[in-house]
Design a binder for this molecule. Sequence first.
Ligand code: PLP
Length: 375
Amino acid sequence: MICYFDNNATTAMDKDLAEQMLSLCTEEYGNPNSIHSMGIKANKMLEEARLRVARILMADPREIFFTSSATESINWVLRSCISFRGKRKKVVTSAIEHKAVLNTLKDLKNTHEIDVVEIKPGRDGIIDSGKMLEMVDEETFLVSLMAVNNVTGSIQPFEEVGKALRSRGVLYHVDAVQAIGKCPFTPAEAFCDFASFSAHKFHGPKGVGITYVKRGAPIRAVVTGGGQEKALRSGTQNVPGIVVSSIAMERAVDSMEAITAKLKGLKERLKLEVERIGGVVNTAERSVANTLNVSFPGVKSEVLANALSTDGVYVGISSACSSRNDSGQYVLDNMGLEAAIASSSLRISMSKFTTVEELEILVERLKKSVSLLKF
Ligand code: PLP
């Protein structure tokens, strides 16, 4: 039996959506840009998917663009913003963003001589909106903040920051990758110009990103070519992936309340069990229900995760979307956690498929491994 607790890295698809994707790949596989009837049909499905995503996000379909990943969406937005900065040279972000944001800004800093201010969170892993806004001045052209942190599950003050930035003439991007199906998110309530999403985090397939671009917000193409997506993101659209991603997104948002209620119960139980085994909880109260970051001081994360893995239990030790040796430990370090805590942390992330039985197996294997490995 597989006990999968790494859903912030990626999620399983619903079987019916995987089957639908297979039939779109093998039977209705037209290119949405072809003019014959197979192309027209594919284009119709693509536009229906765009409409579905727009409806879920309470946005206009003209504000929705499809990409190959959230990483691409983030690169597109941040790199495009450079062209609209005029003489301004400052970007304000948080020190706990995903590397897709931090490394893109690092690259832009090297190539465009911009200043990047990274705000550190408190010990609870949450950014102080006041502290962030204090750094926004007339030199600032962009603020980028995540909605939910992928390592701890902490919910960031993305709405407060957006509200305060209205009428400040500063572009605002929200990395909403870990929010869909876990906490309410609409671009209107976030007051953002841009938002990035990733289908494989909400039971969609890998390789589909969604970018929200507010009507009238300045944007330019970074990927140029055949002129797809209103010439803003060229490349033939992944219609099978996009169609099922839009349905997966709808299911995730529609079932959010029920899933959250179930996962809250599991998370509370897990917290108690972790503390009973001598573990420390690193995730704040203000967090999504599916994620619990915990540490077992004296046991290295990789060693414990490997021991669990040989027992069929899969947990995360960092941000699994970055390369294997680039751990998400920087998030815990930036929270000011002691090295012994940061280096022994596990990210346990659940999904709608997680069962009580799986949780019981996780706890039992954790108990066994921690007592064996602790020195
Ligand atoms: N942003 C956050 C918060 C993430 O958790 C991830 C993946 O872990 C990404 C961005 C990148 O998403 P993708 O895998 O679609 O490139």
